[in-house]
Structures are given as C-alpha cells and as structure tokens.
Design a protein around this ligand. Structure first.
Ligand code: ZN
Length: 508
C-alpha cells in the first residue's frame, strides 16, 4: 500500500515536472469583435500595444478602395482601422486616440470616408496630420497607392472585383514592399496602365476568369509575366502559399469572403512574416489542411469572429495533435505472426488497430506514418528508422512520437490485462508520460486489468530517438481478454483510447 502510494506520488511529480516541457500543443488565438470595426481594433491592439506614428483608415464596406493598402500600411508600420460612411465607430475612434498617431492616412475618396470624419479625429487629436489617398475609382486608388509604395521590378496584378486574390497576396506583398495593382478581368483600366508600366515583372494572381489570358499576353510583350491560379479562391490562396513561403510555421486564417478582416490582418501577418490563409466559414479547405499537415504548423491566428470563421474550425486546429508527426507501428507481420490464442493472430490484431488509428488520426491535422499497412514483415530496426527519419532525406526529420501496437500472451491462461512500455534510452521522461497517458485511457476503456506502465528496452523503443511507447492491448492467451479483442466494439474502444491518450500527452 505504502509502496504503491510512493509510486503514484513519483509518477505525479514526474508528470508535473515535464508538463511544461511537453512538445508545445497547438497554439491558437482569435482576433475577434462584434463587427468588422471591432475586429480591426482587436487586430490593431494585438500588433500595436504601444503608440503608432501612423494609422490608416478605410471604409469597412468599401474594401475595394483599400484592397491594395497592405503594402503601404506595412511601409508606414501602421494598423489599418475601419470606419463606416456615416461616422467613425466609437471603438475605432478610441483606438486612434490610444495609438496617438502623428498622421492618419485615409484611403478612399470623400464618397467612402467623408470629410466630416477628419474633424471627428481632430477633436480627439488636434495636432494630427490627415492625408488622403484617393482616385476616381478603385483602380486609380490602387495605382496611387502603388506609386507611394514605389519599386520598379515586381508588382502583383489581381482582380478588382474578386477581392480574395488581392488579400491572398497582401501579406507577402507587404513584407516584400511589392505593390498590388488591381485590374478589370478583360482589360487593363487606363487608370492603372501607366503605373503598371513602371514595373518589369508582373505577377498575376488569380485564374483567367479574374485576369484574362489576353491581359497576360499583352503584358508579356516587354515584361516578365507569371501567374498563380487555382480552381477557386482557396486553391489560388494555397497555391500562392506553396509558391511563396518555404516551410511556414504559423498561419493567419481569415474567411475567404471576409475581406475586411483579412485586410486589417494582413499587416500584422506581414510583420510576423506569416502567410495569410483563406478558409471556408465552416471548414478548412482540403489544400489548406495539406499545408498545415505537411509543414507541421502548430501556431494559428484566426482573424474575425465566429460569424466569419466558425468555432468548429478553431476546434479542429486547436487539437493538440495538430501539426504533429505520429508513427504507428503494427507489431510483427508477414512470416512473423507474433502471439496467437483463442482464435486471434497477433499480427492481424495489431494491424487492424493500427489501421483504425490511422483513420482516426487522419481526421485531425497530424501527419501519420505507418510502419506497415499490409501483412508485411519488417525488421525491428527498420520500424525505428521510419520514425527516426520520416522524410528519408539526408537532413532527417524525426517523428514527434512512436507508438507500437501489440497483443500479449503467456503460458498460463490466467495472466490477463493491459500494459504499456517505455524505455530509458531516449526521451525517457516524455516516453514515460506517453506510455502513462495511453495506459490510463486504455485499460479503463477496455475494462481490463491495469498491469501498469513498465520500463523495458524493447528494440523499437530502444532505437527510436523520440518519445515512444509500446502497447500490449491484452492477453490473447486469456479467454476474457481475447473475447474483447475479437470484438470490433472493443477494437474501436481501444483505438479511441490510444488516440485520446496521445492527445492527453500533447496537451499542455
Ligand atoms: Zn507482440
């Protein structure tokens, strides 16, 4: 009794000690607000905790005017705040006052931000300088902003009516001081053609429905023209990210139809050198999921309230396994049957549970690698090496965890229960925690005897350099355990338990 109490204390202390140290679970924050104006204030507060010398103000419902303001805002190190046509919302006015700028630049003409708003600002900040960048239409505004941003080489060209593409480029364009010019889909408006001529490399972003083939051809005589397109705004966005960002480790995420949120957020994402990703309201586009999984992205900032990016998207990316690499090893296989008893062959049981786990984890945003998915024979060292070098390149990247699935057996049929092993060789504290997390879920959910967590240097544990654990689901030689392990209901329970144990492990 006393002994087991000490053991429990010891495990608790170890868990407490390494909690902080466990590979950081996904970090997600949301910059939100009641409406687009408040969202712009939240974004401003997150990026400018102190004063800002410059502030940019645009009409939240005339985003077309301000579509190209990102690079200018970044150049000015200025937050982009939104206003209505009638009045500057109080929250926005308060924010301007808090920032104590020496200059406020209004983007858009009198028709989008009326003159009286200048006096509203001056009431709060009498000495502030007000500038206005306008034009007779959105195209001219974009050309005028481009002239302020400057440059002679690169320019982005996107649709002036499909806002998503301009927002897709906004963060990158800002960071790299590349102006964004907008165009009509079938011809280049005269308001921008002169300015466009200043640049030698035109990067079209969007499909041919947004910026036509003809435009591309016309520009090609005399300029270097490239295009990134896609079947919809989401694919354009992910193709852009794949093209322009090598191994991003964080994403800003905005709803693909909430240009106001994305516009305000683009400057902050540029400052953090992070891509701006567009999502559907209720689910992540598949291409975006691939980017998260393949780059092991664990940090996210959601732009906008639940009306634009729903909570289930936040829940999915907040899962502690997001961005992790998990290797599942189905023990034995091929000519090696492992144990057998009561009508169960161990290699088949192990593979079945491993494949169920794969399906389970595939629905999350973790990258899952299997040592085997069929009845193959693999050397033990090859199993470990898959986890030690998941990319199989010279600069090996290792998995975050390795979990090996097994069934037990003994000469006497009375031996029964569930146990999980870890080894002392690498990452022993974390391996112990991983084994403990899985074991604690597994025996409870199977209703088997808890044989506990044990240290043993099995080859796959000894040779894997990341935290690893080996699960013994139950005894095939014991009729009660075997009856459960034969049953698909219990197999699903075991799968869920192992998965939940893994989630517990990654949770902070
Ligand atoms: Zn085995």
């Amino acid at each position: 009794m006393k002994n087991s109490l000490i053991k429990i204390m010891f495990v608790l202390i170890i868990i407490a000690l390494i909690r902080d140290d466990v590979a950081n679970a996904a970090s997600v924050n949301r910059l939100s607000g009641q409406d687009r104006y408040e969202v712009s204030v939240s974004i401003s507060k997150s990026g400018w905790s102190q004063n800002s010398v410059e502030v940019i103000l645009v009409n939240g419902y005339a985003i077309a005017d301000a579509l190209c303001a990102g690079p200018l805002a970044y150049d000015y190190k200025a937050p982009i705040l939104l206003t209505t046509y009638n009045d500057i919302p109080k929250a926005v006015l308060d924010e301007i006052e808090r920032l104590q700028p020496t200059r406020v630049t209004i983007v858009g003409g009198d028709a989008s931000v009326p003159h009286k708003q200048i006096s509203q600002i001056k009431e709060r900040l009498p000495n502030v300088v007000i500038e206005r960048i306008s034009g007779k239409n959105r195209y001219e505004v974009s050309a005028n902003i481009a002239q302020k941003v400057g440059g002679t080489e690169d320019v982005f060209l996107t649709s002036g009516t499909e806002f998503a593409d301009a927002l897709t480029v906004s963060s990158y364009a800002s960071l790299n001081k590349i102006p964004i010019i907008i165009t009509r889909s079938n011809f280049i408006p005269e308001e921008v053609s002169g300015t466009l001529n200043n640049y030698s490399k035109v990067k079209i972003v969007g499909g041919t429905a947004s910026v036509s083939e003809e435009i591309e051809q016309i520009l090609s005589s005399g300029k270097i023209v490239s295009r990134i397109s896609g079947k919809d705004r989401y694919e354009v966005n992910t193709n852009f990210i794949n093209n322009y960002y090598a191994n991003p480790n964080k994403l800003f995420i905005a709803y693909g139809y909430a240009p106001a949120d994305a516009l305000s957020g683009a400057v902050v994402s540029a400052i953090q050198k992070v891509p701006l990703a567009l999502t559907r309201k209720d689910r992540l586009p598949e291409e975006l999921k691939s980017i998260i999984i393949s780059n092991n992205i664990e940090q996210f900032t959601i732009l906008g309230g639940e009306g634009s990016v729903q909570n289930n998207v936040q829940t999915l990316i907040s899962n502690p396994v997001t961005g992790k690499v998990i290797v599942i090893d189905a023990g034995h296989g091929g000519l090696d049957n492992g144990a057998s008893g009561n009508g169960i062959v161990e290699k088949e049981l192990n593979l079945d549970i491993a494949l169920r786990l794969k399906t389970k984890i595939t629905n999350s945003l973790a990258l899952i690698k299997m040592t085997r998915e069929t009845d193959d024979y693999l050397q033990l060292i090859d199993r470990a090496n898959i986890a030690n070098c998941i990319n199989q390149s010279a600069e090996c990247k290792k998995a975050d965890i390795f979990v090996s699935i097994h069934g037990n057996s003994y000469t006497s049929s009375t031996a029964k229960g569930t146990e999980t092993y870890w080894s002392n060789d690498y990452e022993s504290l974390k391996s112990n925690l991983l084994a403990t997390s899985i074991q604690n879920r597994l025996y409870v959910s199977l209703g088997t005897v808890n044989r506990g967590v044990k240290e043993y240097d099995y080859s796959v544990l000894r040779n894997t350099t990341m935290p690893s654990a080996l699960v013994e689901l139950g005894f095939l030689s014991n009729p009660e355990d075997a009856a459960k392990l034969k049953n698909t209901y219990y197999r699903d329970k075991a799968t869920n338990a192992i998965y939940t144990g893994i989630v517990d492990y990654f949770k902070k």
